[in-house]
Design a protein around this ligand. Structure first.
Ligand code: C2E
Ligand code: MG
Ligand code: MG
Length: 846
């Protein structure tokens, strides 16, 4: 603390300094003995930027009164506390000093020096507090023609209200140029003498308020008797008026301060209104709801307007009843919500719930609730934010749907199927019911896809999904796990017969023709069925068994359904073993070829033999191609097998030719079956060329049989392959014709020699008039294309006669001969030749 001590009595001064140095060493005290020295020292310290904190001034000094120094310090608004020192008996001076703004006084008597440190410290502290309080100066523009009045006021203010700073002007014009917009910022308060030269206060007030629209406080000072005119200034917008009386000077600082405070308050209110307005705008434009409540008083303190959009209730309802919003919460969510909201021990809450405003769409909302505590940590308020998450929920549901459904048909996918199956099984277990799992596979769907395009294939799958759904009950499940496979779970079936009825119903539904892309499509399906609890208890197992049964159904000629049986499982295992055995069949020389003759119906001579592969399995005995060719196809083993067949057939027939087996005009021809896999794999022409050159067989003695369906898998590719084969000089025929979907226009483009009518049509002759008509159509059509036609599977004489009548060129079948091992063929051909010769002698009666 820095003290400037003004004391003319040098002895007193010395004593005081010594005592203080001991009592309060932190006080730095400088002593001067006259007013003039005090002024000089003060000025110097001020200039150095280090003024004292306190002036300790003796009242009586040789060159004047200590009060003068006090007045000067206060007039200049210096931040220095002033303590007056008086002798005892100078009480009148004490009063004057305090009135003039002294902060305290000390009477020089008794142990006053001991009390001095405390007095000084206290004074500095209160002075600092007060000046902090009055740190904002109030700038007053004072229009007053009398310089004396101005001086008087300034002196007074310096003493009693140093924070009020007055700028004097003498005329109204001078005042006006110091106000906005000319001067900015203008003063805080305008003080006007009523009578101003040239312009009175009324005009000034009018100008300030009405022309310039300023709202700074205006205080008018009027002379005695002018109160009426002064009152008029109030009407025009003046803030206050004061009459020039004795106590004017005392009342003025108060009036100025009040006016300033009121203006300040007004400004603050304006700012508050503005901030409220900003808040309101924000609250109204934000989509989320936010609220504030007092859980102790059970009132809503604030609810933002977005509430009305979700609840379709006016916010006033929640002001009237703080829990009104709970009424429209979904019945299933309300109790949980209420219970947790009522539990005030929970600090932060988060909920998702549904709001169901009567007559409006249900909304999903997410609410987060925060606890607001007071300084003592008491839970006084709750704040909440509510977000409308209906859109997000819908989005999530869409994503979930995608995750659990097949996007093409909208049916459940594998994940969903397993889930549904699991539930259905536990329900069946609980209620002691039976359940059926059906595996459905479309026959030859790939063909539709490849020949008519994926677009039509997709439409077909969608249509099939619809039919399956329509055929079943709502709580049954239809799923699509991929490709053309559908899975069905039927709950509560009465038993195998009931399940069979359902399978038939499904097959019938799919059997109805589909009209897609202007075409009528006929689709058949194969079904496998497994039953709970008969076949198994787990979903995985039931599906696997249904799949096994399906495989069986397909193997037995498609368009059929099969129930799973334990034998089937054994067969499935057997199939696996077969597959392993098949891998080694070629190298172990277990394959052999049987030959079946083909007859020229015009000459009655054998024109060719078809090579048919057989597998002589070490344990199972002779295995027919229908059992192992599909496995070989699936595993790709058919490529090796096919190559062996090709080579072996060429070798054998070339050998027979050399042996003179076919001693007739045309050399014996051999027909070899080519699988779809062989056709697809590049290099078939190379393999054929090799077989021919290895065996020395003439190309026209080799005929390749390609099934209609394998050509139709990739017609464009097939066309190229067939052409390259044809370029080798071999003959080409379409096998199993009539079972695929090939069009005439397409066949015309292929380099073919022969069509082989599928034996299923021949089997229908003569009982099935449809089959007979189809056969006749194929014969006529084939001839139109310039091709020869052969009928396979001819078993009866009736069939042969009918085919002859319809103009068929060749035939093959049990009627003539079964396929025989190579070593039996020479004898067979001999017998057939003799039979033909006999027949020529006794032609059959038509
Ligand atoms: P596919 O090419 O249509 O061969 C004719 C099938 O019909 C042969 O059966 C034959 O024994 C049988 N068959 C002949 N005449 C009659 C008849 O009058 N009535 C009846 N019901 N059936 C008759 P197989 O030998 O069991 O061969 C079945 C199928 O296996 C063949 O049908 C062919 O697609 C395939 N296959 C046979 N050998 C081979 C081969 O070496 N390679 C390939 N890729 N497939 C072969
Ligand atoms: Mg064949
Ligand atoms: Mg055939």
């Amino acid at each position: 603390m820095k003290v400037l001590y003004v004391e003319d009595n040098e002895q007193d001064a010395d004593l005081t300094c010594r005592r203080l140095a001991r009592l309060a060493p932190d006080i730095a005290i400088a002593t001067v003995h006259t007013l003039a020295d005090a002024r000089a020292r003060l000025a110097a310290e001020e200039a150095a930027g280090a003024p004292p904190d306190v002036l300790l001034v003796d009242v009586r000094l040789p060159d004047g009164n200590g009060l003068e120094l006090l007045g000067e310090v206060r007039l200049r608004g210096l931040p220095i506390a002033v303590v007056m020192l008086t002798g005892s008996g100078d009480e009148a001076l004490v009063v004057a000093a305090l009135r003039s703004g002294a902060d305290d006084y000390v009477v020089k008597s008794g142990a006053y020096i001991e009390r001095l440190p405390a007095t000084l410290a206290g004074v500095v502290q209160t002075f600092r507090q007060a000046s902090a309080h009055r740190s904002t100066p109030i700038r007053v523009l004072y229009a007053e023609p009398s310089a004396a009045d101005v001086d008087l006021l300034q002196r007074h203010l310096a003493r009693y209200a140093p924070h009020v700073q007055v700028e004097p002007v003498f005329t109204a014009q001078e005042a006006l140029v110091r106000l906005p917009p000319e001067a900015d910022p203008g003063p805080d308060v305008l003080l006007l003498d009523f009578k101003l030269p040239g312009m009175n206060a009324l005009d000034v007030v009018r100008e300030v308020r009405h022309e310039r629209g300023l709202n700074l406080p205006i205080i008018v000072i009027t002379g005695h008797g002018d109160e009426t005119s002064a009152a008029q200034t109030l009407k025009l917008g003046a803030t206050d008026y004061l009459v020039k009386q004795e106590d004017l000077l005392n009342r003025l600082p108060v009036a100025i301060e009040n006016a300033w405070y009121r203006a300040q308050l007004e400004r603050e209110r304006g700012a508050l209104r503005e901030s409220e307005e900003r808040f309101r705008q924000m609250a109204e434009s934000i989509g989320d709801v936010f609220w504030l409540s007092d859980p102790q008083r059970r009132v809503t303190l604030y609810m933002s307007p977005a509430f009305e959009r979700i609840w379709c209730l006016p916010v006033s309802d929640v002001y009237a009843n703080w829990r009104a919003w709970l009424d429209d919460v979904h019945d299933d969510d309300r109790d949980m919500l209420r219970a947790r909201m009522d539990d005030l021990s929970l600090a932060e809450l988060e909920f998702e719930f549904r709001v169901c405003p009567p007559g409006h769409e249900m909304r999903y909302v997410h609410m987060r609730v925060y606890v607001v505590r007071d300084g003592a940590g008491r839970h006084v308020r709750r704040a909440g934010v509510i977000q409308d998450i209906t859109e997000r929920k819908a989005q999530e549901a869409r994503i979930e749907h995608l995750a659990y459904h097949d996007s093409l048909t909208g049916l459940p996918n594998r994940a969903m199927l397993m889930d549904r199956l699991g539930r259905a099984l536990s329900q069946a277990q609980r209620l002691d019911q039976q359940l059926a799992v059906l595996f459905i596979d479309l026959d030859r769907f790939k063909l539709v896809n490849d020949s008519l395009g994926h677009h039509v294939g997709d439409q077909l799958l969608q249509e099939i999904a619809r039919r399956l759904r329509a055929t079943l009950r709502d709580n049954d499940t239809v799923a699509r796990v991929g490709g053309d496979e559908f899975q069905v779970v039927v709950c509560n079936v009465a038993g195998a017969t009931d399940a069979a009825r359902i399978a038939e119903k499904l097959m019938r539904a799919l059997g109805e023709p589909f009209t897609l892309a202007g075409q009528e499509l006929h689709v058949t399906a194969s079904l496998g069925v497994s039953l709970f609890p008969r076949d198994g208890a787990s979903g995985e197992l039931l599906l696997k068994y249904a799949d096994t049964a399906l495989y069986e159904a397909k193997g037995e000629g498609r368009n059929a359904y099969r129930f799973f049986s334990p034998e089937m499982n054994a067969q499935a295992h057997g199939r696996l073993r077969l597959e392993n055995d098949l891998r080694r069949a070629v190298e172990r020389h277990e394959l052999e070829l049987h030959y079946q003759p083909q007859l020229d119906l015009a000459t009655g001579e054998v024109c060719a033999v078809e090579a048919l592969v057989r597998w002589r399995h070490p344990v199972r005995g002779l295995v027919l191609p229908n059992t192992f060719i599909p496995i070989a196809e699936e595993t790709g083993l058919v490529l090796g097998i096919g190559e062996w067949v090709l080579n072996e057939a060429c070798r054998q027939v070339a050998q027979w030719q050399r042996d003179g087996l076919a001693d007739n005009v045309s050399a014996l021809r051999v027909a070899v079956n080519i699988s779809a896999r062989q056709l697809q794999r590049p290099g078939l022409d190379g393999a054929v060329r090799r077989a021919l050159s290895l065996s020395g067989l003439a190309p026209p003695c080799l005929e390749l049989e390609i099934t209609e369906s394998s050509v139709m898998l990739d017609p464009l590719h097939a066309q190229g392959v067939l052409q390259s084969l044809r370029d080798l000089g071999v003959l080409l025929s379409i096998d199993d014709f009539g079972t695929g979907y090939s069009s005439l226009a397409y066949l015309k483009r292929l380099p073919l020699d022969r069509l082989k009518i599928d034996r299923s049509f021949i089997g229908g002759i003569p009982s099935d008039s449809d089959d007979a008509a189809i056969v006749e159509t194929i014969i006529v059509m084939t001839h139109k294309l310039g091709l020869r036609v052969i009928a396979e599977g001819v078993e009866t004489l009736e069939q042969r006669l009918q085919l002859v009548r319809q103009g068929c060129d060749e035939m093959q079948g049990f009627l003539l001969a079964h396929p025989v091992p190579a070593d039996e063929l020479p004898a067979l051909l001999k017998t057939l030749k003799e039979a033909a010769a006999t027949a020529r002698l006794t032609p059959p009666t038509p």
